[in-house]
Design a binder for this molecule. Structure first.
Ligand SMILES: [Zn+2]
Length: 481
């Protein structure tokens, strides 16, 4: 049966150079401009990730991921930003992402390229990077052949936030970096998450991103109950599981998948003559995917007998219905709840007196190998070719009298008095070094440039404390991401 837990993709384009396969193809009259790195994880069935504990050496510099993020965003929220980023890619491709523990071994030490039990295949850390860089990622195998493959390093000096329209929205950057870690290169599409620059919040994938990741890992597969003409989406399509019941009065069903948001899987079971008096159903995503499981159990008249929603990405939900007796039939409805809408899972049903053992994660061990050239994708990679892209650019004011308003951001208190007057020359690029001032720290000491200015800026101002940036008229604001 075809199932993500049974999938493997071998090799990728190990013989091709790093800057591989820029793709340009028409789809629904839309140009797709994604590019892939020509690299991918061998076992898409389970790709793990982990948060490196503070002090983990990243090229000799201690990571301060926890300290950096804890100081700006609650731990639950910043970790959720990464978890949702992982789930976002998982939702559209033949991959499962699983969070695991991290023992703090130095980045890039010897070990397996995939399936190392000490930390995730994709490790996440934070160290100081240059101001214009929000983060960087190491390409997956075979470009990087050892433990460093897929690792993500964020800039610990960036004022991270996780708010709507945040200038350094963590979820946006997490999605972007996970994209690299999975094999995506930069896209030409401005609205894609994989666009090379931070140009605003991107918390869901663009069609270009989806096409790109599917070119690497395929679309998210359906499980055996939702392929080859089968479906168990509705109660009247419920699949009977009695033939699978063991002599311990247990049913064990691996390799299931919620393949798209809103999918439900319906099953029915009959209480055997020998039973414990209760029906226990367990839906396990732990160790298998980022799915957030949800279970409901109904009697034959579709009266709800119990329901439970998992609360975390990669959770395991369990529900017990007491007072069952031989011969009764029950419907089991499996779905997903908030956050991890899709992913691989397994289900167990227990009428007996013995505990059931969890489903083991799929085997994903791949030993290290010699990597190829390149493979580190800092966000500043294109500085040489496009020097002006290194700037925050506010530009293309078109008409006389256009107002330009720059808003304060997040918890900053902006004072724009530090800004010099713009160039008086129409059409002349205008830039100002070190636009940072004491109270507008989010500029981070980088440059601001106003390009193609056709008329004088009529005002500076701000419109509240939580929006960045608001322009009366502008083309784009670029920030390296
Ligand atoms: Zn990038």
């Amino acid at each position: 049966m075809s199932h993500p837990n049974g999938r493997s993709r071998v090799g990728g384009s190990s013989s091709s150079p790093r800057r591989a396969r820029p793709a340009l193809e028409g789809l629904e009259e839309r140009l797709l401009l994604y590019a892939t790195l020509g690299a991918n994880w061998v076992y898409g069935a389970k790709i793990t990730y982990s948060f490196a504990p503070d002090g983990t050496s990243v090229g000799g510099t201690p990571s301060t991921l926890f300290q950096t993020m804890d100081s700006r965003i609650s731990r639950a929220d910043w970790q959720k930003a990464f978890q949702s980023a992982a789930a976002t890619w998982q939702a559209v491709a033949g991959i499962n992402l699983v969070q695991v523990a991290d023992n703090g071994q130095a980045f890039g030490g010897s070990g397996n390229q995939q399936g190392d039990t000490r930390f995730g295949d994709i490790r996440i850390g934070a160290i100081p990077l240059d101001t214009a860089t929000l983060g960087a990622a190491f390409a997956p195998p075979p470009i990087n052949g050892g433990t460093l493959a897929g690792d993500i390093v964020l800039n610990s000096t960036t004022p991270w936030t996780n708010v709507y329209y945040g200038a350094r929205d963590l979820t946006t950057v997490a999605i972007h970096e996970f994209g690299h870690a999975l094999g995506m290169d930069h896209s030409q599409v401005y609205y894609a998450d994989m666009y090379a620059y931070y140009v605003g919040q991107r918390q869901s994938l663009n069609s270009d991103d989806v096409a790109g990741i599917q070119s690497i890992y395929g679309a998210r597969p359906r499980d055996a109950f939702n392929s080859n003409g089968y479906s168990n989406q509705y109660w009247y399509q419920a699949m009977g599981l009695d033939p699978l019941r063991s002599n311990l009065n247990q049913i064990r069903l691996p390799n299931l998948d919620i393949s798209y948001p809103g999918q439900t899987e319906w099953f029915w079971v009959t209480v055997p003559s020998s039973n414990s008096g209760k029906l226990t159903v367990q839906m396990q995503s732990t160790g298998l995917s980022s799915l957030t499981p949800a279970i409901s159990v109904y009697d034959v008249s579709l009266n709800l007998k119990g329901t439970v929603d998992g609360t975390a990405y990669g959770d395991t939900a369990t529900i017990t219905v007491p007072g069952v007796s031989a011969g009764q039939a029950y419907f089991i409805r499996l779905s997903s709840s908030s956050g991890g809408w899709t992913g691989a899972y397994g289900m167990q049903v227990n009428f007996g007196n013995y505990a059931m053992t969890p489903f083991p994660p799929p085997y994903t061990v791949v030993a290290s190998q010699v990597g190829g050239p390149g493979g580190f994708i800092p966000m500043t990679a294109d500085v040489g070719a496009e020097p002006d892209e290194d700037l925050i650019r506010i530009g293309d004011l078109a008409g006389n009298g256009d107002a330009l308003t720059v808003a304060a951001f997040g918890d900053r208190t902006a004072s724009w008095s530090a800004f010099a007057a713009p160039s008086p020359t129409p059409g002349a690029p205008w830039s100002m070094a070190n636009a940072q001032n004491a109270s507008a720290g989010w500029w981070g000491g980088s440059w601001i440039s106003v390009n193609a200015l056709d008329d004088a800026l009529s005002s500076w101002g701000r419109d509240g404390d939580d929006a960045f940036p608001t322009f009366g008229k502008q083309s784009k604001v670029q920030r390296r991401a």
